[in-house]
Design a protein around this ligand. Structure first.
Ligand SMILES: *[C@@H]1O[C@H](CO)[C@@H](O)[C@H](O)[C@H]1NC(C)=O
Ligand SMILES: *[C@@H]1O[C@H](CO)[C@@H](O)[C@H](O)[C@H]1NC(C)=O
Ligand SMILES: *[C@@H]1O[C@H](CO)[C@@H](O)[C@H](O)[C@H]1NC(C)=O
Ligand SMILES: *[C@@H]1O[C@H](CO)[C@@H](O)[C@H](O)[C@H]1NC(C)=O
Length: 277
């Protein structure tokens, strides 16, 4: 038997995820705060981004962290490298639930949905959620949408793969979720069964990616997150972006955190030597 549960913020076990396999408990970090009531994106609100670090004792990194996300991926500052290696995604179809978290829509795989391997570490795919407009910017420019595929290693390290979208042709993966998105659009903290969802259908379409060390972009803003942002900008329709954004219930009508200081970090851009993509 296997189950996943997220324990609500404010408890001693804040934001931790427990994976139970038989009698063995593996302890690890979860996917950020679950409850809309705890924070929002209202720039002037008391629960807005400027105050996230003060809302809960464990959210201090949101104000005081030194390696926060998102950042601007400014091309002048990016080191182009060819040694990071191509992303080894080995995903598989698994049952998933779509949840309106009030601040975003999250697709959470209940079963094993496979993993991504980065520099010898295997990170298991846990969930995917969306921000609009995009959180990361390229030369100061925000795009229409950004998907975050959140992965976690068995020892609790987090790796997020970000995919950016501009307005254009429909994204086929989002098209496949239209009915489920519509059914949870109105009410937050509402789940709907999404059935078997194949993460391989979340297309990347490029081998180039940015890599840097950052944080979760929502409380608790946990640091040391290994970020991979796919270089290629994909497309989605205005309607698809709108459907994802109806989860946001505050006045701001956005769920993108502001750009954070890069401090002493470097951003790498992986470009394979054979340049065939
Ligand atoms: C941030 O750091 C300052 C100075 O060290 C400290 O006074 C403050 O309580 C910290 N805030 C949070 C939210 O951790
Ligand atoms: C999904 O869940 C259904 C119903 O519980 C189950 O019969 C099916 O085997 C599951 N599929 C996968 C791929 O896990
Ligand atoms: C992907 O797998 C290949 C072959 O096993 C390996 O050489 C490469 O380093 C891996 N890439 C990453 C990013 O881990
Ligand atoms: C990959 O892992 C090795 C061994 O842990 C480490 O020395 C190296 O710096 C890592 N490479 C990258 C690109 O993170």
């Amino acid at each position: 038997m296997q189950f996943f549960t997220c324990i609500k913020p404010g408890t001693k076990h804040e934001n931790n995820l427990y994976l139970q396999v038989g009698k063995l408990f593996v302890f690890s970090i979860c996917c950020g705060a679950e409850d809309e009531a705890d924070f929002n994106y209202d720039p002037n609100g008391e629960k807005g981004p400027a105050n996230w670090g003060r809302i809960h004792p464990d959210w201090g990194a949101c104000s005081n962290g030194s390696m926060q996300s998102p950042i601007d991926l400014l091309s002048e500052r990016v080191d182009v490298v060819s040694h990071l290696g191509r992303l080894n995604r080995s995903y598989k179809p698994a049952n998933a639930t779509l949840r309106n978290r009030g601040h975003d829509m999250m697709l959470k795989w209940e079963g094993a949905a496979g993993s991504i391997e980065i520099n010898g570490t295997e990170y298991l795919l846990k969930q995917c959620h969306w921000h609009s407009p995009s959180e990361h910017t390229i030369n100061g420019k925000r795009l229409a949408l950004e998907a975050h595929m959140v992965h976690e290693s068995l020892d609790g390290k987090i790796a997020v793969v970000g995919i950016m979208y501009m307005i254009g042709r429909p994204d086929t993966f989002l098209s496949s979720l239209t009915k489920q998105l519509q059914s949870v659009a109105g009410t937050y903290e509402r789940d709907t069964v999404a059935g078997v969802v194949d993460p391989r259908n979340i297309k990347i379409g490029s081998r180039k990616y940015y890599r840097y060390i950052g944080s979760l972009t929502i409380p608790p803003c946990t640091e040391n997150v290994l970020w991979t942002i796919v270089r290629k900008v994909r497309t989605a329709t205005r309607e698809q972006v709108r459907l994802l954004r109806v989860a946001v219930h505050d006045e701001s009508d956005t769920n993108a955190r502001q750009i954070q200081p890069i401090n002493s970090r470097t951003v790498k851009l992986f470009r394979p030597e054979d340049k065939d993509d």
